[in-house]
Design a protein around this ligand. Structure first.
Ligand code: ADP
Ligand code: F6P
Length: 324
């Protein structure tokens, strides 16, 4: 029979995402409600190695559900990619009596979690990233807030773009994935959407679209460009030279990662955080919480990291059909 977990540690790692606080809060309260103690590990794996660890009570997470960012702070830690760093991390967990760990972050953070699980620390991953790029899950905490923030910002750029009859290239985040670009492309009615998964670097197609749309009487031309393609500023210069249409680039950047989480991110964060605590209480390890086909489920981390994810084909085709 699995040994009962006595103390759960929780950390956030990689890029922060709105909804991480509701997830932390849910880990804490769901664990405490089952008689399990909780410790907060500050600054991700970096803080684990530096023993930045404090007891968390139900009151430690009061008034956090509506806050953006992460109350535990986050970091990227190259030392944790090494065997020595991972050995030290497991030793710190043991020293602090942490026999279960919840890691809230993206794929990279899950690889760290996998290493701790291999060293005997029961570890569960919770998908937290605005990029929606984790293959095993249909939802990642932070995506909804990020796309709503980006959508509002793009609406504003569109207003001025129309007034000046300009072309605007708006660059959104997403690392190597095009989910934020695709969703904003549809939600903002963009004339072109550049997705890293499909982009062929043929700017002549863009130039022809701009010229044809101008002839059709369109007052602006909004191009949503994904960060994975980048180079929006130089692209704008080339497009202006080729079309004669004034063109501006706007890189939305980190504003997409901030702000109070939407209802969706609060609820998914709460559900996934609570489920991670429950899995640890059940003696599970090396699992990742996911939302798949309308249900909260969990997968083996090794299997989850081996999965592949593609942009939804029909969604891409609908987005393209809207551009005429
Ligand atoms: P995300 O979790 O959002 O994908 P990163 O890829 O930056 O973000 O990973 C966050 C942290 O997870 C890294 O800074 C590192 O500490 C840890 N990590 C990433 N990849 C590995 C790996 N292969 N092995 C161990 N730890 C890793
Ligand atoms: O993974 C979230 C994310 O915001 C990506 O969209 C982006 O590529 C990256 O993090 C930016 O990282 P940093 O905050 O370190 O610049």
């Amino acid at each position: 029979m699995a040994k009962k977990v006595e103390t759960i540690g929780v950390l956030t790692s990689g890029g922060d995402a709105p909804g991480m606080n509701p997830a932390i809060r849910a880990v804490v309260r769901k664990a405490l409600s089952q008689g399990v103690k909780v410790k907060g590990i500050y600054q991700g794996y970096k803080g684990l190695l530096n023993e930045e660890i404090k007891d968390l009570t139900a009151r430690s997470v009061s008034d956090t559900i509506s806050k953006g960012g992460t109350i535990l702070y986050t970091a990227r830690c190259s030392e944790f990619r090494t065997k020595e760093g991972q050995d030290d991390g497991a030793a710190v967990c043991r020293k602090h009596g942490i026999d279960g760990l919840v890691v809230i972050g993206g794929d990279g953070s899950f690889r760290g979690a996998q290493q701790l699980a291999a060293r005997g620390i029961n570890t569960i991953g919770v998908p937290g990233t605005i990029d929606l790029d984790i293959a095993c899950t249909d939802y990642t905490i932070g995506f909804d807030t990020a796309v709503n923030t980006a959508m509002d910002a793009i609406d504003k750029v569109r207003d001025t773009s129309t007034s000046h009859e300009r072309c605007s290239i708006i660059e959104v985040m997403g690392r190597n994935a095009g989910y934020i670009a695709l969703w904003c492309g549809i939600a903002n009615g963009a004339e072109d959407i550049l997705l890293p998964e499909q982009y062929d670097y043929d700017e002549q197609i863009l130039i022809n679209n701009i010229i044809n749309n101008r002839k059709r009487g369109k007052k602006h031309h909004i191009i949503i460009n994904a960060e994975g393609i980048g180079h929006s500023t130089s692209m704008a210069r080339r497009i202006e030279a080729a079309t004669g249409m004034e063109t501006r680039a706007t890189i939305l950047g980190h504003l997409q990662r901030g702000g109070s989480p939407t209802c969706r991110d609060r609820v998914y964060g709460s559900m996934m955080g609570a489920m991670a605590a429950d899995l640890l209480v059940q003696g599970k390890s090396n699992r990742v919480v996911a939302f798949k086909n309308g249900e909260y489920v969990d997968y083996d981390i090794d299997e989850a990291l081996a999965m592949q994810k593609e942009l939804p084909d029909y969604m891409v085709r609908v987005a393209r059909a809207m551009q005429i």
